[in-house]
Write a protein that binds this ligand. Structure first.
Ligand code: F6R
Ligand code: MG
Ligand code: MG
Length: 380
């Protein structure tokens, strides 16, 4: 019997700016999900990461199911009512469409789902983040499933020796490609090292095609001048028994890496692993953060969670992330702290630049160098 684990998230308002979703919003969501218990869903857990509310649900309806997505949408609608009543900041921010049309994708919320047959014991890890985008998972997914320095199980566990298949999405062109590691490691890195264009959507164990990980990466769609469902991603990873262990999966966040997001969705910053209670990004609206909740599934029941990054073992990762934050903050509005225009999420920088367009005059003192002379010819 197959179980589906759906994690659907949305920002429906913050308590004082974009820092935190208050309890009232989670209560409103829980009220809606409670009603659907035993009818539509088997179990649920509601949490928040910064200003994002995350609905973790189990059911048997499969992925991309209209009723499940509709349920999440109504929970967020209910929470939006509360957010409006409390005049929270950005109330209803991610519910960009007027009415629900069958799938939350492309409507504002983000979603990660996987369907599988529950193993004799089925541990799962749900990751929730704020102030970053799905490409934040490119490097950690690589570390978990393709880097033996992170995951010694790739070397020691025979079940993993044929490696993992990475499903990579070109978010601009809405195309995808499946690449195997270790066979195509270098080709994979050639793509996913580019956090602007490529996002790892899912990872499968090559031996049997069993799903190992998935995140809320999706094609880039714009609604009302805002990229939708792109920010503050969620992910699901299945550890143990021929998959990387819990510790190997968490280890991918022990050396913080730079991700796009942070202040105004316009800056590179370190992804800081924190406990559930510390997911209230404040400094410069950040730094970007992530927490990891471990559950055991029991016929779809969510037993747990175990708040992994609350562990003291991640103290030095946090310290390092804060040092990285200090360092890159010194750059202010200069690259590489500032994202390229094409990656900036909410800013009107393009408008600012367009307004200056007419004021540019030719620089006659210097000849314009033909751009082509810079292009290096075929290096092979
Ligand atoms: C980034 C984020 C915040 C806001 C910033 C400005 O994801 O949520 O950094 O972009 O606080 O917010 P507005 O323009 O809504 O006042
Ligand atoms: Mg917000
Ligand atoms: Mg957010």
């Amino acid at each position: 019997e197959k179980i589906t684990l759906s994690v659907i998230k949305a920002d429906v308002g913050g308590l004082c700016g974009h820092t935190s979703a208050p309890e009232e919003l989670m209560d409103a969501c829980e009220f809606v999900l409670e009603e659907a218990l035993d009818e539509l869903i088997i179990d649920y857990y509601v949490t928040k990461c910064g200003d994002d509310v995350d609905l973790i649900m189990t059911h048997q309806k499969g992925t991309d199911n209209k009723e499940i997505h509709g349920l999440a949408w109504s929970a967020f609608e209910e929470a939006t009512e509360v957010a409006k009543e409390l005049k929270l900041y950005g109330a209803g921010q991610d519910l960009l469409s007027e009415g629900f049309t069958g799938n939350v994708k492309g409507m504002g919320p983000g979603c990660a789902e996987m369907e599988f047959v529950e193993r004799p014991s089925e541990p799962v890890i749900v990751f929730c983040s704020d102030k970053t985008d799905p490409a934040a998972f490119n490097l950690p997914f690589y570390r978990m499933f393709a880097d033996p320095f992170n995951t010694p199980g790739l070397v020691y566990d025979k079940k993993m020796q044929t490696g993992f298949d990475f499903d990579v999405l070109d978010i601009y062109q809405n195309k995808k490609i499946l690449l195997n590691t270790p066979k195509e490691t270098y080709q994979l890195l050639a793509l996913i090292g580019n956090l602007e264009t490529y996002s790892v959507k899912s990872v499968y164990r090559a031996r049997d095609g069993e799903i190992a990980a998935t995140c809320s990466a999706d094609k880039l769609s714009k609604v009302g001048g805002k990229y939708v469902g792109k920010d503050d991603p969620v992910a699901i990873v299945r550890p143990q028994s021929g998959m990387p262990s819990v510790g190997e999966i968490l280890e991918a966040f022990a050396k913080p890496h730079m991700v796009p997001g942070w202040m105004r969705g316009c800056h590179w910053g370190p992804l800081m692993p924190v406990g559930e209670d510390d997911a209230n990004p404040t400094r410069f609206d950040g730094p970007p953060r992530i927490f990891a909740l471990g559950f055991q599934l029991s016929k779809g029941r969510l037993v747990g969670p175990n708040d992994f990054f609350a562990d003291v073992g991640f103290d030095s990762a946090r310290k390092k992330a804060l040092e990285m934050a200090d360092m890159i903050r010194e750059m202010g509005p200069f690259q590489p702290h500032r994202l390229s225009e094409s990656m900036m999420e909410y800013s009107s920088i393009k408008k600012v630049l367009a307004d200056l367009e007419d004021r540019f005059v030719p620089n006659e003192k210097h000849e314009v160098v033909d751009k082509l002379t810079y292009d290096v010819e075929d290096q092979s």
